[in-house]
Ligand binder design. Sequence first.
Ligand SMILES: Cc1ncc(COP(=O)(O)O)c(C=O)c1O
Length: 480
Amino acid sequence: MNLHVAGIETEAGTAGFICRATDGLWTAIERALDNGYGLVFVTNGDGEAIGRLTLQDLRQALRDGVHLGHASLGEIVRPGSLDDTDSPVAPVLDERRRIVGIEKRPDAIFLPVAEPDLSHAELRNLMDAFLSTWISSTGEYITRFESSFAARTGMSHGVATSNGTVSLHLALAALGISPGDEVIVPDLTFAASANVVIHLGATPVLVDVDPLTWCITPEAIERAITPRTRAVMPVHVFGRPAPMTEIRDLALRHGLFVVEDCAEAHGAAYDGQPVGSFSDVASFSFFANKIVTTGEGGICVTGNADLARRMRMLRDHGMRPERRYWHEEAGYNFRMTNLQASIGCAQLERMDGFLAMRRRVHEGYEAALRHLPGIAFPPPMPARYEPVTWFSCALVPAQARPQLIEACRQANIDLRPFFHGLSSMPAYRRYARKCPHSERLSACGINLPTSRKVDTQTITRIAEIFAGVLTGNGGRSEAE
Ligand SMILES: Cc1ncc(COP(=O)(O)O)c(C=O)c1O
């Protein structure tokens, strides 16, 4: 039975933090991953807490040559480790030193804006892939990951890549984008969206975003079309879908390709259809801060079998699959490894849970912060749009943003400003356009920590810090 202490329960429950001294390292590693805090408490035969083991301790034990199966935790646990003050959780003990609950100490550790959510499932898959010795870009996890991910977006083909930048590059290359071509790209995006266009010798045509969706609109695209336009790249920024039905129809009318950049929007939808299913090719990223991660990784999904074949060939040095070392064109090495895909397969099975957690965190921030002066949240979208939360976002007064970031940093909490509008940066000076909405969002936008560690206590702390800065008492909480 789990004994809980009211108000300070963790998602994992008390039992998820406890190992016996006779347990092996593997048990502790899996439990420390699954509870999300990277540590376990060790109890002796009488159920008394005798110490704490972090993933760092367990890694050190492995490096010291401690055997995974034979050694028991009792042999490596450090006496006195329960008193370590850098612990994000502490056991609540009864009079006989038995663990009856888990108390969180949210201010004891640094809270990053994003953290990968890795459990025993990813670890077991990774171990399996490793032991198979298929550690490069062939292996059963690759094919499984490609087909399951494509199926989730309603597409028939998935081509996994080494990251979400090269998947965009691969998509454009496979569509024949080349020097002289123009590709319409939103001004508010991560730079990779435009960089790949430039690397192919084409021109990114930057357009402003819509203040409601934060994405490009069909109207803005239409205004930017020239005789050189070959493709449009809507980016579902921060999980907010662009109006894809209209963009697809517009592109069809003008004979343009559509490459969706879904790097930040796994699971979002428009008109009841998943993002990634509206375009010639859609690209996703699986970088460690993304909704689903493979460490580094990406994928192109498409419904077009010829395009999928071409992308596979270009991904593999331009080599004909049925004729080894025969190169039809100068291709790339953009392949994903079986090790990455093994992590991705486990992540995909947990994806609905990730989306629910992110939604919960965002709703928590909205409820706690929305009444503060100067704070706004992303505008609610009409029913046709089904956004997801990648990073939880808020808009704050531009002049207060550095102070908010600094006040949170001093409290060990990481906040991040939005991307700079591409037009504002030296690398894109020759493509710069006036993009007032992108400029405003970029000046006011802030990303809040979004991970399973963010609970009501954390949100309350952040709300107190924000209240302090925004109401002018220097970031101190009311309680002080
Ligand atoms: C909108 C957008 N496009 C492309 C990328 C590139 O993905 P990756 O970091 O996997 O190369 C990212 C991710 O960082 C992104 O946010």
